[in-house]
Design a protein around this ligand. Structure first.
Ligand SMILES: [Zn+2]
Length: 419
């Protein structure tokens, strides 16, 4: 099948220009100022992109789809999540594999992979969570890396459920360094949160509005500092997920200045929502419970500036949908039982763009763009979504994992096909 995308404003990591793109057999073969539609393969589909942006498909580097969490499961499966991603312009997902402490890592990897293989309408790969790290299971992680996974995920938060002891964290980070694997990390001090949660609940402070005070910015900053200390000792490359506030970003940048190989991710809810959402009455605030929590609005300026100055490398979603009626309400008597998560896999790019324009940021440089906004003013029908997904599935012959290169140029594990 041939495809000509005509007259769009093409944005690449380094360029911004108007032109035509021609693809044959799923490969872009020409990008030129003008390609004559009469001189391309007969039957080629021509898309008029004048007045519109043309981007490479977006990557969401942090999503949860199959997610057992706090006694329930996130509400998506790969079909619903990947179709939503496509509608929002995202064509590659990196999902967190989050097994329980009693599960075998290799079995978890196979389970997560099978869920994606059956239903995905986009490309995908995984971060492999390390929630235990005894000597006898280390070979399983070696095998998972051999299968194409280029990154681990560790939790400093969620005491007694997902967090690693310092002994295991240190050993896992050393192991990752030896394998050339990047360690992504949820950085919040688990013990401090546990103690704060207990004292708030004991004082009768049970509503969702107390979720934030149970994990203030300094708790996140402490987590970042702790992870970066180990990274400094070991030389491991680390990636801080969902950095939400000025205090945490400052710790990461201070570590970077000391020479630590640290990258920073922030997620779309923290750019566009603030703590006042969690304070909504009638338990409505539960919809906005995620961790790290939504922060005071002043932090948003810091995050947006972090993007502008490239201190922050990636904008993900941390997509994790839970139904309000029967899942979020599990925490109606105590905020610690509200499943953590906000869905945004479909809205990430549009939302980001809408707010970026307000802040006079462009997608490629410092000048605000004048082309028509791509934010979806017209709702897309479910039949159109299904058609897009079906076409994508048909065309997606191979699912390639993301190549991650460590800063010193070593291959971080990819690319290898996960299929
Ligand atoms: Zn997450």
């Amino acid at each position: 099948m041939a495809l000509l995308i005509h007259g769009g404003r093409i944005i690449t990591p380094t360029e911004d220009f108007t032109g035509d793109i021609y693809a044959e057999n799923e490969t872009i073969t020409r990008i030129e100022p003008h390609i004559d539609s009469k001189l391309v393969a007969p039957g080629a589909e021509v898309v008029d992109a004048r007045g519109k942006y043309v981007f490479p498909g977006f990557i969401d580097p942090h999503v949860h789809i199959h997610l057992p969490f706090m006694g329930t499961y996130a509400a998506d499966d790969y079909e619903s999540a990947s179709m939503a991603a496509l509608v929002g312009g995202t064509t590659t997902l990196i999902e967190m594999i989050c097994p329980g402490a009693g599960d075998q890592p290799i079995e978890a990897f196979e389970l997560w992979r099978s869920k994606a293989q059956e239903l995905a309408a986009v490309d995908y790969t995984f971060h492999m969570s390390v929630v235990r790290f005894e000597e006898h299971i280390r070979d399983q992680f070696r095998e998972i890396v051999k299968a194409g996974v280029a990154s681990f995920k560790v939790f400093l938060a969620y005491k007694g459920a997902l967090n690693l002891s310092d002994e295991h964290l240190f050993a896992a980070m050393k192991f990752a360094k030896d394998l050339g694997v990047i360690v992504t990390a949820h950085c919040e001090n688990a013990d401090a949160i546990d103690a704060l949660q207990k004292s708030l609940l004991a004082a009768g402070k049970t509503g969702p509005e107390w979720h934030g005070p149970s994990r203030p910015p300094i708790v996140e900053a402490d987590g970042v500092h702790h992870l970066c200390t180990f990274a400094e000792l070991l030389g491991t490359h680390v990636y801080i997920v969902h950095t939400s506030c000025a205090d945490a970003l400052r710790q990461a940048l201070a570590a970077r200045q000391r020479g630590v190989n640290v990258w920073v991710e922030s997620v779309i809810p923290h750019f566009v929502l603030d703590e006042t959402y969690v304070e909504r009455g009638q338990f409505e605030g539960a919809k906005y419970v995620m961790s790290p929590p939504l922060r005071a609005k002043a932090n948003q300026d810091v995050l947006w500036n972090g993007i502008k100055t490239r201190q922050i490398s990636t904008i993900a979603t941390d997509h994790a949908p839970f139904r309000f009626a029967d899942q979020k309400k599990m925490g109606v008597d105590g905020f610690t039982r509200i499943p953590n998560g906000i869905p945004s896999i479909q809205e990430r790019v549009g939302r980001w763009w809408m707010h970026a324009r307000r802040r006079r940021l462009s997608c490629s440089g410092s000048t605000p763009a004048r082309a028509r906004s791509s934010s979806a003013a017209t709702p897309i029908s479910s039949s159109t979504i299904r058609a897009i997904a079906a076409r994508f599935r048909r065309n997606a012959v191979t699912r390639t994992s993301i190549t991650t290169r460590t800063r010193d140029g070593r291959d971080g594990g990819g690319p290898r096909s996960l299929r």
